[in-house]
Ligand binder design. Sequence first.
Ligand SMILES: [Fe+2]
Ligand SMILES: [Fe+2]
Length: 366
Amino acid sequence: MTVEDLRTGPWSAEPWSFPTSGESRFTWEYDVERQRLLNLYQKGKDKQWDAQSRIDWDLPLDEDNPLGMPVEIVPIVGIPEFEKRLSEPGELTRVRRALQCMQISQFLHGEQGAMITAARIVESVPDIDSKFYAATQTMDEARHCETFDKLLRDKMGMEPLPITRPLAELLQQTLTDSRWDMPYLGMQVLIEGLALAAFGGLRDHSTDPLVRQVVAYVMQDEARHVAFGRMALKDAYADLTTAERDEREEFVVEACYLMRDRFRSVEVWEELGYDVQQVLDLTERAAAVKLFRNRLFTRIVPCIKDIGLWGDRVKAAYADMGVLDFAAANLDGLMADDERTADDLDAARFDARQREVEDTIALGAG
Ligand SMILES: [Fe+2]
Ligand SMILES: [Fe+2]
C-alpha cells in the first residue's frame, strides 16, 4: 500500500451533502410479531441516559496524553528509525495529541453518520418493529455525537479534524444505496463493528477514568445496535437469491479490506512532517497496528457469519486476513460483557459517591 493509495487529502471542511435514492415506506401493519426485536426496543428505551449528567465531566485530563493510553499504542514507538526524533523534547506529546485528536474526530463524524443512517432506516425499513427500534437508535447516536464533541472540544481543548476519505466513502456508499438493507449492513454491522473495536481499545487500555466512562457508556448502546442489525438482517437474508447474496458478500469483502488497510492516520503523519511512506512501511507490523486489526474483526466476522453472508469469497478473504477464527466468537457473550462493564462502572461510582457522603457526614458529626 503506497501513500498515494492512502492519500485522503483534506476532505472538504464545507458542509457535505449528496443525493440518496430509495423509498420512504409506510406500513399499516402495527401488529408486531417479532418479540425479540420488541424486547430490544424496550431495552433501548429503558437504557436511555443523559450524557451531561451520567459522565463526570469535572474530571481533569492529562494534557500530554488526554486519552490516558499506554505509550506502546503510538505505532512508531519502539521502532529504531524513529527513536532519535521521538526523544526530542515534546515530540512524543505532539505525536500523541495529534493521533488522539484524529481518533476522537473520526468517532465524532462516525457518530453523526450513524445518527443519519439510523434516521434513514426509520424511513426505509418495511416493518414497524424495526422502525421503532431505529428511532431509539437515532437518539442514542445523537447522544454519542454530543458526548464525543464535549470530550474533544471542552475537555481535550481541540477542534475536530476533517473526516478522512475512507470513512467518508464508506458512509456515502452505505447511505446512497437504494436497497433498504444496505444501511444496516454498512452501518450496523461493519462501521459499528469497527467502532466497537476502537472503543474497546480505549475502554480496556486507557488509565483515564473520564475516558473510560465515555467509551463504556457509548459501547453499552453500540452493542445493542449491532444486535439489532444482526436480528433484522438474519431474517431478511434468509430469502436472498444467489445473485443478491453475491452482491452483498462482495460489498462486505471490499469494505473489510478498506477498513483494515486504509485507516492509517496518513494525514496526521503528513501534518507532523514525517516521511509518511516510511511510517507506513515500518509500522505495518507494529504491535499497535496488529492489535487494532485483530480487534477490528472480533465483532464483524462472527456477525457476518451469523447473518448468513458466509460464502466462499467471504471466507477466503477472512482467511487471507488471518481472522477466520473469530467466526466462532460468542457475540451474545461479548454484548453481555459490554453491558456489564458499563453497569459495574455505574455501581463503582455510586459506591464512591456514597462513601464521600458518609465521610462528609462523619466529618460534620466530628
Ligand atoms: Fe454510536
Ligand atoms: Fe451505534
